[in-house]
Every structure is written in structure tokens, then in C-alpha cells.
Design a protein around this ligand. Structure first.
Ligand SMILES: N[C@@H](CCC(=O)N[C@@H](CS)C(=O)NCC(=O)O)C(=O)O
Length: 340
């Protein structure tokens, strides 16, 4: 075949692939399933339960999107990804979205060409050590061996922190949290460093959790949130506003238990509740969804606060306080833009 014809054909094929990749909403509807990228397993955030059903704080975002778009929170294919594989999986279209404690950074947005649609957990990087190490500050870690997950923001933060404090460390690179846990407990590293939420989730699974402490230093900002590919704003909007719907539902007092009643009642509490739940206005149609999209998203796992408390909150073994992840009215950073 003539080379220019071949090149032409490839270009057209490339454009066609790009075009179909751009219409993620249509792809998801045609497939009848949302392909959602999650971790290989982090209790409280994303892990299969005893029956193999995925559950957790990040999983709840996938389920809310599936409920909004497909009308079924179980219509999700959970695709496990590591710190290394998550971005290629998203870029290649193997997943429609990634909900995997992923930090929103400049280069992931501009260079890797993803769109973070919001933040579902404001975090920061911490350190876990065995009490027996006798260390009470990260500054005392000179010369320590540190388990660190490859392909994560935590690698560079660690290097920056040690360099700026003029101390040294020896990295022990690991690929998954399960491997980190195993290596750390086997004593292959003195310290495990990652997002503080991940440390709490990991420690909660230890047989002797109280033998391990989190050091007081938080060395970075890790705004964690769901992301999609650049260039498909319609799809990005759906994931963004589903997350916002969960957040604003908490602010407005809409819960998994009262949402149906509020949507059905002749006079729900406020016009914003009406708009959100589709009994007034056309918000769903603006995203090519039906009127009940947000109602279904909230019914899937509850509002943001319910999802937090059930999976990672203070009454769970993970025991995280709301802190920065409280609603703005309660002194936190959670602030969903207006539904109008
Ligand atoms: N937020 C950081 C780190 C995220 C990360 O990969 N954390 C680990 C440790 S908590 C994890 O989730 N591992 C789960 C897995 O190995 O699949 C990033 O975006 O780079």
C-alpha cells in the first residue's frame, strides 16, 4: 500500500478512536457498565468484602456515578490499578474514571492530561513506625529504610522532605499497599510512608495496631479525588456533579433514608433540594441524564457524610475524623457549588 494512503488510514483510525473515547457517556450507556479504576485493595477506601463485593469510600463514588448514569449502583466493573498502572489504564480507555486515592497535581492535569473533577478527601503524607523504633518525630528518621509505593506523589515528597531537613534515607520500593504492609511488618523497612488516610487504613488491619504509631509530621498536601481523561467535558461534568451532589446532599440534610420522601413530597424543603432531586427545573437534562440522576446517586450509598462515616469514620476501625473533610459550614473544606 502507498505510504501516504496508509498514513491517511491510520490518521482516520486515530481520529475515530479519539472521537469514540471522547463520548464516554455513550460508551458507558452502550456497555451498560461503568469501568471504574480502583486500588488493588485498601480497606475502607476500596476492597472486596467477604462475598467479593467491592466496598469503600472511593468505591462509593463509582457506585454513585453508575447509579446516576445507568440507574444501577451495581453496574460497575471494578478494575484494579496500582500506583504505576492507574494512569495508563485511564489514558488507554480501559477505565472510564479513576477513583483511587489519587492526588490532584499540576503535572497529572497538564502533562498527563487528566481532569480531576473535585476532591473527595483532603489528605497529606505521613509516616508510620513501630513504637519499638523509639522515634517520635520524622526528623529523627536519619538513615532509616522507608517503604514507599512507586508511581506515587509520595516518592518525591519524601525526597524533598529528607533533603530539606538534611537527613538521609534508603527507599524500599514497593508496588502495592499489600506488599508495603507485608514488608513493613516483616521489618524490611523501618518506616512506611504514604497518605495519612492510607496509613490509618493499613494500620487498622494489623493484629497489634497499637504497636504502631503515626508520627506527627504531615509533609505534603494530598487532595485526593476522582479523575477522567482530558477532552470529554460532558463526561467530566457528570462525574464532577455526581460528587458535588453527594457533598451538597449532606449540606442540605438529604440522606439515603429521607431522599425518596423528599423527592416525592409535594413541597420539599427548599428550591435547591427540588432542583437537585429533579422535582423542579431541568438539571438532569443539561447533562443528558434524567431528572432522578442525583436522587439515585444519593440512594446508592448515602450523602458524603454517610459514606464517610460508614467506611472510614470515627466509629470504624480506621477511625478518621472529618477534619479538613468537614463541610465548609462546620469549618472544613467541603464546598459544593450551587445547583442552579
Ligand atoms: N495519593 C498518592 C498515593 C496514592 C497511593 O497509591 N496510595 C497507596 C498507599 S495507601 C495505595 O492506595 N495503595 C493501594 C494499592 O496498592 O493498590 C498518589 O496519588 O500518588
Amino acid at each position: 500500500m502507498n505510504k501516504s494512503i496508509l498514513l491517511g488510514a491510520l490518521t482516520v483510525a486515530g481520529l475515530a478512536a479519539g472521537a469514540s473515547a471522547a463520548a464516554t457517556l455513550d460508551d458507558v450507556i452502550a456497555r451498560g457498565k461503568l469501568n471504574c479504576g480502583v486500588t488493588t485493595g485498601l480497606p475502607g477506601f476500596a476492597a472486596p468484602d467477604a462475598n467479593g463485593v467491592w466496598e469503600g469510600f472511593d468505591v462509593a463514588v463509582c457506585r454513585a456515578v453508575a447509579a446516576a448514569v445507568l440507574g444501577d449502583p451495581t453496574a460497575v466493573e471494578f478494575v484494579t490499578t496500582t500506583g504505576q498502572t492507574r494512569f495508563t489504564a485511564l489514558a488507554a480507555g480501559e477505565i472510564d474514571m479513576l477513583a483511587r486515592n489519587t492526588t490532584w497535581t499540576y503535572s497529572r492535569d497538564t502533562d498527563l492530561k487528566f481532569d480531576f473533577v473535585g476532591v473527595n478527601y483532603y489528605d497529606g503524607q505521613g509516616f508510620m513506625v513501630p513504637k519499638s523504633l523509639g522515634v517520635s518525630s520524622a526528623k529523627d528518621l536519619d538513615g532509616a529504610t522507608v517503604c514507599i509505593q512507586t508511581g506515587t506523589t509520595t516518592e518525591l515528597n519524601l525526597a524533598d522532605y529528607f533533603r530539606s531537613n538534611n537527613i538521609s534515607y534508603e527507599p524500599v520500593p514497593i508496588e502495592t499497599n499489600a506488599e508495603a504492609q507485608q514488608q513493613y511488618l516483616a521489618g524490611a523497612c523501618d518506616v512506611y510512608t504514604t497518605d495519612a488516610s492510607g496509613l490509618a487504613a493499613t494500620r487498622a488491619t494489623f493484629e497489634n495496631a497499637s504497636d504502631h504509631i503515626l508520627l506527627p509530621e504531615i509533609i505534603s498536601k494530598e487532595p485526593l479525588g476522582p479523575l477522567v481523561r482530558h477532552g470529554d467535558n460532558e463526561w467530566g461534568d457528570i462525574v464532577m456533579w455526581t460528587l458535588n451532589a453527594l457533598i451538597v446532599a449532606e449540606e442540605l440534610g438529604i440522606t439515603s433514608t429521607n431522599v425518596e420522601g423528599l423527592a416525592a413530597a409535594a413541597n420539599p424543603a427548599t428550591p435547591e433540594v427540588n432542583r437537585l432531586l429533579g422535582t423542579e427545573g431541568e438539571l438532569g437534562a443539561m447533562m443528558r441524564l434524567d431528572a432522578d440522576w442525583a436522587k439515585r446517586a444519593i440512594m446508592a450509598g448515602g450523602n458524603y457524610g454517610e459514606i464517610f462515616e460508614k467506611n472510614i469514620g470515627e466509629t470504624t476501625p480506621i477511625g478518621l475524623a472529618r477534619g479538613l473533610n468537614a463541610q465548609w459550614k462546620d469549618g472544613g473544606l467541603l464546598y459544593a457549588p450551587p445547583f442552579r
